[in-house]
Design a protein around this ligand. Sequence first.
Ligand code: ZN
Length: 264
Amino acid sequence: MAAPMSRFVNRIVHRKFKDYSLPAFSRHKLLYLSVLNTKKFTNVYLQVNVLPKLKPVFRGLSDQRHARKCWKCSKLTNEETDLFFCKCGVVQAVPSDLDYFEVMALPHSFDIDINNLTKLYKDLQWKLHPDKFSQKSKEEQTHAAIQSSFINKAYFTLLKPLSRGLYLLELQGNPVDEKNTSVDPEFLMEIMEINEDVIEVASKSVVLTEIENVNRSKMDACIKLISKAFKEDDILVAKEQLVKLKYYSKVDDTIKDVHRSKMG
Ligand code: ZN
């Protein structure tokens, strides 16, 4: 089932919230709407019929959702403030049900604040640095190492628009399937020509930089269209532009390699 079901709808439909009070009828209607690919209707139905009923329960649940006990001192830890460390100072295990956006305290959106993301990432990597755990127990060292590599993955996935967009589609249950995605032949021709130009002018730095700049502006145009598509829930356009961005990004990597090979 490749319907664009948000994680939230998914959780409601599949009763992942333990003791919510939504009647079976509303749940089935929600499933029906989301399977029919009508994300806008699903959202409206959610806002009007589901959220008001869920709210008191949901609010309670969101407090409990990631409530865990500290493995060392056994006190309950708070989802937001103690996600990585308990108040007793001990590093915690990675919560298994959090996605990269949640771990980095960001909304599930294509448009994110990169400065905030980078600030949090640097802060966490500093706190979880192996040097800080050299005198600690093996268990703490292991938790810190796993946390650190998880945060790395989260950061680098969310940092670049391409991987962020692909990940967002994955979370929505609608990943880009490259084997079944046909790419416009005219676009492929364009990419082939750019690649040929890159090889041809490889020795002329100035011309190469010109090609690089033109390619970058094409990437920026894709990113703008992807952002708009996500805002409008237009998954088809989001996918189409992400695939294009992937090609332009490959060109960008090639040009960087040429620059590098000349320096080395
Ligand atoms: Zn503790």
